[in-house]
Design a protein around this ligand. Sequence first.
Ligand SMILES: [Zn+2]
Length: 256
Amino acid sequence: MHHLAKIRRGTVLLVLVLLTAGAVSGYVLLNPRRTWEQTPTYIIDDRGQASISDNDGGLGATIAAITSNDAWNGAGAGTVIEATAGSVAGFTLGDNVPMLNFEDPTGACDGSCLAATFTGFYVTSGRGRNRTTYIVDADIVTNTAYDWTSESEPDGCSGEFFIEGVQVHEIGHALGLGHTSVAGATMYPSVAACDNGPATIAADDIAGIVDLYGSSGGGGGGGGSCTLGQPGDSCTSNSQCCSGKCRGPNGNKTCR
Ligand SMILES: [Zn+2]
């Protein structure tokens, strides 16, 4: 389970210690590395979130945020997440039906946990270079112990958490990303009340999702042409290739 925690003093101190110790910085992929084989369509809890006083309990705001070009679909890797409102009455972990629940029927997300994604459902096939791991389910739950708000809520924000930013973070887990050490990135592990910054992905988040899903290179609204390696160019890491795929034996890898 991966979750987004609210900021606590202890969390901030821990992060500072890690940075001065020279810990790795930048995006982190879930291990084993894994992606969806086909773009998942999330069912978003049509009951909405009870504490959000926009007209639909944050349902529309959440769908708009997680499918926005300010979030994962705008990273240049094409459409990596789709979402539709629906019933979560049949919410079951690992049933290959990805759902975002505005409550937490599992009871797993409590204390400082704002929302959580169950990332343990994937299948691996093939061997060696043909080995691939695909995500088959990644349900999301939300802690109703907190007061939530959305950008559509008319009364401003006081001590509340933005449903948009928190759920964009959770979708990052659902797509195969872990926590980054880069402050200000969507995949940073904690967020303060009334901070909706995570709704807009940062350069570090973009690098992570392009590593996983490749660059679509200007098709599908991504815009711009990729100046990194083209298929056949030699490379030593995925980040050197437009496709995000540097493959082959050590010393003789090429972009695919
Ligand atoms: Zn998280």
